[in-house]
Design a binder for this molecule. Sequence first.
Ligand SMILES: NC(=O)c1ccc[n+]([C@@H]2O[C@H](COP(=O)([O-])OP(=O)(O)OC[C@H]3O[C@@H](n4cnc5c(N)ncnc54)[C@H](OP(=O)(O)O)[C@@H]3O)[C@@H](O)[C@H]2O)c1
Length: 258
Amino acid sequence: MANRTLGVIGGTGWLGRAIVEALLEQHLLKPDDVLISNRSGTSTFGPDVRLLADNQQLVDLSNVVVLSIRPEQFRTLQINASGKVVISLMAGVTATDIRAASGAAVVVRAMPNAAVEIRQSFTPWYSAGPLDERDRAWVQRLFECVGTASEVPDEDCIDYLSALSGTGPAFPAMLQLALTNQAVAAGIPLAIAQQAARGAVVGGGQMLARHDPQQLIESLMAYRGVTAAALQSMADENIEAVIGRAVAAGAAVARRGM
Ligand SMILES: NC(=O)c1ccc[n+]([C@@H]2O[C@H](COP(=O)([O-])OP(=O)(O)OC[C@H]3O[C@@H](n4cnc5c(N)ncnc54)[C@H](OP(=O)(O)O)[C@@H]3O)[C@@H](O)[C@H]2O)c1
């Protein structure tokens, strides 16, 4: 993969565009070394990033091909990527199916999330096939352009993590909405409820960048006051089991395929 040209099929979508923007901003690749394709023929990139209508032409001109299309769009995609490294961002499509459909030499499955937009995604990735140390480092660096990344030991980790980190803002959004709705039900005016819930989830969440959650909970419990009572109630209701079932439901869909 020396002198890499990266082709991103679906490079104008939510994930594809953010990744291409980030790797150009961070000079991992020059615009000349990036190709993107889509069906509509429209792109927000300048003329330096070549937009192709023909996916096979993109594959032929690239050393590494990223599949940033939706799983249902993959079913009708026809490419021959034999000898190439294909990196799939698709949830619920196995490396075996991608290799069978594309002839790729190596398939890497990666699972970024919507926070690519703010370069705060965590991206687990798994290589179903041999990658040498330089190529592994390059894949890692590619995803570090949009946040943090880690290689995981097996493909099932990708399916499980699709439902955990792959869901991006979904769990915090659900928590914020629940806090808002419950506050309104308790008689707090809507605008205040929204402000308070946002402060708790967005403001409070930012503290977790600097604090260990277990230590934070222990120190808040130690006051034996309002926060401790709220946390104890969640523990009594077995909040971990509720969350565990939610992630398991998502992971089951990823494992079953879409
Ligand atoms: N968004 C997330 O939070 C998230 C999180 C984890 C994983 N993923 C995975 O990432 C993948 C992409 O998601 P996304 O949210 O970025 O989707 P998206 O915004 O809908 O982007 C899909 C892109 O693919 C293009 N496209 C569709 N069919 C094509 C084809 N046959 N040839 C070339 N281009 C084609 C579309 O453009 P045209 O319509 O112009 O063709 C569009 O630019 C999905 O498989 C999803 O499972 C997404």
